[in-house]
Each structure stands twice: as C-alpha cells, then as structure tokens.
Design a protein around this ligand. Sequence first.
Ligand code: MTE
Length: 324
Amino acid sequence: MLIKRPKSSEIVLASDITPQAVYQERRAFIAKMAAGAVAGGAIWEMANREAFAQGAAAKLAAKRNPAYAILETATPFKDATTYNNFYEFGLDKDEPAQSAGRLKTRPWTVQIEGEVKKPMTLDIDALLKLAPLEERIYRLRCVEGWSMVIPWVGYSLSELIKKVEPTGNAKFVEFISLADPKQMPGVGSRVLNWPYVEGLRIDEAMHPLALLGLGMYGQTLPNQNGAPVRLVVPWKYGFKSAKSIVKIRFVKEQPRTAWNVSAPAEYGFYSNVNPNVDHPRWSQATERRIGEDGFFTKKRKTLMYNGYPEVASLYAGLDLKKNF
Ligand code: MTE
C-alpha cells in the first residue's frame, strides 16, 4: 500500500489454459443461452461465466442472497486472482498469485477467544457448516484507489459471533492472520509488524453486511485471496478485510491494527470508504474499476460507505474526519 516498486516478471497461470471440462461447460452454456433457457437478471453471471468456470478449487454450493447482491458486472475471475494485496506473499500485485500456492490451507483452525462465554477452536470444515453459505456480490474498494466487484461465498460474521456468546466487556473484535515465515516469504519484510491484525467495533462486526468469507466465484477461496477464511467488510477500505485468519479475539480496548501502527496518520481504525476525506497523499473521490481500464475509461465516483448507506447509523454523531 505504501511502497512503489517496479513490476517483477510476467507470469502464465495454469488457468490461462482452458481445460477440456471448462470448454465443454462453456459450450453447454452457450447452447442453453441460444435455446433461451437462461433467464436474464444476474448480470455478472452472464459476463463472467467463462471466468467463473476456471480455477482448480473445490466448488461451494451457495444460494445467492439477493438483498446483498449488487447488479454490477463482476470483475473477471482472472483479474480478481492476479491483482492482489497480500503482503505476506510480497509487495507487488502479481506476487501473491505467484507464491501463495505454497500456503497449506488444510488442516486449518481458527481460535476464538477473549471476552466470550464459549471460547472455541473451529476447523475449516466446522466453519463451512456453521451457517448456510450465501453468495453475496459486493464492491471492494481499496484505499489505493481501485475497486472490484466480487461474488463472495460465506455468511454474516454475526452467525459466528452469536455462537461464542460475547460478554458485556467485548467492545471490539480483533482478527489475526497467519504469519508463517516458512510459507509466507513476505513475513520477512519490515513493511508491517507481523502478524497482520485488523479490528472492528463489536456493533460493526455484528452488522449483517460484515461477511465471513469462505469462497468466491462459487468455489473455495484461492490462496492469494485469503484462503481458507477471511473477512469481507464492504463499506470499509479493503485493508480492513483480513485474509487467512487464524485467530479472532474479543477485547475491551480498540485493537492496534497493523496498518494503523505502521502509518497512523494515513490509515485510521475506522477506514470507512469516504470520498469526502482524502488520504493524506491522494484523493479518495474517484476509483478505477479493475477490468475497465482502457485509455479513455473514466474513473468512477467513489460512493459514501462504498455504496452501503445502511451502515450510516453505526456512525451517528461520530466526526468522520477525525475518526477516519
Ligand atoms: N490481509 C492480510 N493478511 N494481508 C494483506 O496484505 N491486504 C489487504 C486485505 N487483506 C492484506 C489483507 C488489502 S490492502 C486489500 S485491498 C485486500 O485484502 C485485497 O483483497 P483481494 O486480494 O482479495 O482483492
């Protein structure tokens, strides 16, 4: 987020080569469309069927929740999985896709502790079964000024929070990512104090929009996108959505989050998407939608709370310039 470096190397992904099964599925889809069997509506599905079929990960059956599915074209799968911020795997956008393959995502456990009546350690299968999986199509706006539209698979974080029964002292929730130098070459760098830590106020964490992400594009999360479990908080800048989480801690005090510790004047605790409050080094008024970047393509206007006004009541009376 802070550092600019020259691009490393060009890569060819396995997903660049269309496997036979994908080809056949695509043919079947085209035939269905021609027969008029596919109803309109889901814009992204049409536009991204091809991309959707790529990737080797396991399929995740999930029912789309129309209340949480914006009707904007989803970012092609290839862009969403090759243009990533995951500093544990390097600082360049293409590095996570190149080196996150080595991350072992099974077995995987998430420890839930702190101010809760029922602390527990859940493995990834238990998390996949904890609540019905939903597909939600959310905007993701990075603090750097770009955005994507991603069909996530998961359920409201509140489902998990209810299970552990927070005590009255639980005012904040802290999310801690894996930091394993053996698997994550970037953890040797000094850009951040590892592990990556993020946090939410308990009422933010309980908001139904806050998603525990277990998949995207109908399949398990690719490693570079935060496998096997991550946070997705669509009304906040992307860095609040911690990847590859191993610990969730309920605490009394506001957590010291990784980016806030590293550059407190630039990255606040709240980090709500806000076109009226600029980053000290750049404007936040507009954004570049990944996949739309032609020479003449106009930037999009960034929306307050990233276009999720339903969260505004969480911040009633709060000075959003001071609490950026
Ligand atoms: N989580 C960890 N553990 N490490 C990171 O470097 N980067 C954040 C966030 N979560 C990051 C992280 C940032 S800056 C963004 S914009 C999003 O992940 C990007 O998510 P995506 O790669 O799935 O688009």
